[in-house]
Design a protein around this ligand. Structure first.
Ligand code: ADP
Length: 201
């Protein structure tokens, strides 16, 4: 059974593709949710994070407060590196376990893991296939302004802070270009899903 990693930049359409794949029958793992779980007080990164960044990252209830963590790492490349080196390998291990649990539970469909930072975090070994969702800068800016209310400059700044798609393409087995309508996207994804079903069993 295949594992498919789905990645792409902000507003490319990852969540939309993931939702379509879910409707087609794919079991979905959301890397963001895995990240939240490993930060939790009973999660595997909690103690190490406190050792690395101090108790000042904690909210009064003892959970790690990302709003306190953010300012400590975003202006400091070494601190961000330290954070990533704690969190990314633990997320990798947890996602591998989740894939194994689905398999041993009898799941036969390809498993889809949505992971915006798949390449940045070096999670490629988890996947049989990596699908990249991409859209032109113009489309992304327009959709993000329409649906999330971000100004074009804000979206452009986010795009600039991320890994460029040329880098993502190097690792991708499939590229889904999402410059058309949602219906066109749905058709593309349905075809890819059929092919994945055929090759994955
Ligand atoms: P990502 O998860 O990569 O950030 P989303 O799937 O959330 O991107 O898509 C960004 C926004 O664009 C969402 O509001 C989504 O509904 C919209 N969107 C995605 N694909 C299309 C499309 N083909 N046509 C119009 N809107 C789209």
């Amino acid at each position: 059974m295949l594992s498919i990693g789905l990645t792409g930049g902000i507003g490319s359409g990852k969540s939309t593709v993931t939702k379509i794949l879910g409707e087609l029958g794919a079991p979905i793992i959301d890397a963001d949710k895995v990240g939240h779980a490993i930060y939790a007080p009973d999660g595997p990164a909690y103690q190490e994070m406190i050792v690395a960044f101090g108790r000042e990252i904690l909210a009064p209830d003892g959970t790690i407060d990302r709003r306190k963590l953010g300012p400590l790492v975003f202006a400091d490349a070494a601190a961000l590196q330290r954070l990533n080196s704690i969190v990314h390998p633990k997320m990798f291990t947890r996602m591998r376990q989740m894939i194994e649990e689905l398999r041993s539970g009898g799941e036969r469909n390809p498993i889809v893991i949505e992971a915006a930072i798949l390449i940045e975090a070096n999670w490629q070994p988890l996947f049989d296939q990596i699908w990249l969702v991409t859209a032109s800068k113009e489309r992304v800016i327009e959709r993000i302004e329409r649906d999330r209310g971000l100004k074009p400059e804000q979206t452009e700044a986010r795009i600039r802070s991320q890994l460029p798609d040329e880098q993502r393409r190097k690792y991708s087995s499939t590229v889904i270009t999402n410059d058309g309508t949602i219906e066109e996207l749905r058709d593309k994804v349905a075809h890819l899903w059929q092919a994945a079903l055929a090759s994955g069993r």
